[in-house]
Ligand binder design. Sequence first.
Ligand code: NAD
Length: 459
Amino acid sequence: MSPAAEAFARLRAGDARRRTEFTVQKRRAVLKRLASEIRAREAEIMAALAADLGKPAVEVRISEIIPILSEIRHTSRHLKAWAGVRRVRPTLSMIGTRATIRPEPKGTVLILAPWNYPLCLALGPLVSAIAAGNAAVVKPSELAPATSALVAKIVAACLPEDLVAVVEGGVETATALLAQPFDHIFFTGSPAVGKVVMAAAAKTLASVTLELGGKSPVILGPDADLKKAARMVAWGKFQNAGQTCIAPDHVFVPRAQEAGFTKALRAEIARMYGARPQASRSFARLIGAKHFERVRGMVTEAVGHGATLITGGEAEAASRYLAPTVLTHVPADAALMREEIFGPVLPVIAYDDLGAVLAGIEAGEKPLALYVFARDRKLIARICAATTSGAVGVNVTLAHFLHLNLPFGGIGQSGLGAAHGRWGFQAFSHEKPVLENRFAVLDPLMPPYGKLSARLARL
Ligand code: NAD
């Protein structure tokens, strides 16, 4: 048996028992153990992420450790209410019945994680899966090998082996896992692989949550506070060297504000990373040589076709360093404007007509996030109404990821379904309706059909 089949079979064997025995109290206890283990291994976590992504320690805490611990805290606090049986009122024709909704675990689920936030995006969904009462196989990304090994170590140290299995490996392992009849597949990664996952799920009709990527645009209104916008955009873009699914991909700025905004961006980059970002302890590296060449190649291509380099562009292949880079006049057909950039490169596009910008966004693939910087509430409402995206951030970037009372997910090419808090719990649950007949009069619905049936049919 392959490790994938073995892990699946081991967990599946416990489905029936878990359904009755894995109480809310026990789920909470498991989550508490996971939180303690993560806290105890903070130094190891920092070391693994430094090795994989050159991630600064503070960034690891903010974007990897705290989100998981917050998810555990929030989930534990609300789990009793989410998992409880809910009574619903009868509709008119159902008078005489008693109806409840009973959330139940889907069973044994699969979590496939990417490399960019390799701890948070492997263990975050696991919190929701356990909270909903499931067993889970987790496959971390092979492109972040130190973190992948650590995820396996953390899980083995604190979670029962009939509840969670970590199966490490690359595409072959993922393919073997996708061949197993999981009850739900939670995938975080690229839209291209998302399609592979959905096709595999179709074979067994497994439900899926797809947390994908894409190009998340930023729109500055004419009244935007340029300094504040530049600060937020620089933070959102250059955190993790731009390798963030909800990073601002490119910025649309009114032509009259273009120079002021790029000046403010340069100032913010210098404030965050100093005059030599390569020496900064706050700036991460690209994940691997292939990814580095892809992003650097996009910059070279754009500059070769007339783009103006405002700042950055310096690169060092050996350490996979690419400076925080800002460009203007990027041609619309350049790779930078067609593909998800996923690196520290920010095209700033001057616009004359907001309507054309909105129409362009609507004509393209639906973004995972859309950011607006403006003060005029009417303008903000217009942009919100005229575009579709996984989420909207107004005068802020990234932070909606941390708000656990908001669903997190994409739409269309950027994803399907939602994660975090209650939505994460629901993704891994089946909301089972239970209808009990007490004194409902349903006879008129049954043959032989009499006058009352005919009257009912006309209603
Ligand atoms: P990816 O799709 O290459 O890989 C994700 C996972 O799928 C990995 O575990 C990998 O081993 C596996 N995989 C890769 N190829 C496969 C195949 N052919 N068949 C089956 N499994 C396969 O994604 P990535 O490069 O790790 O991550 C970057 C992408 O993820 C970006 O597009 C980014 O926007 C997106 N992302 C989205 C979110 C979100 O929450 N929406 C978060 C982080 C990253």
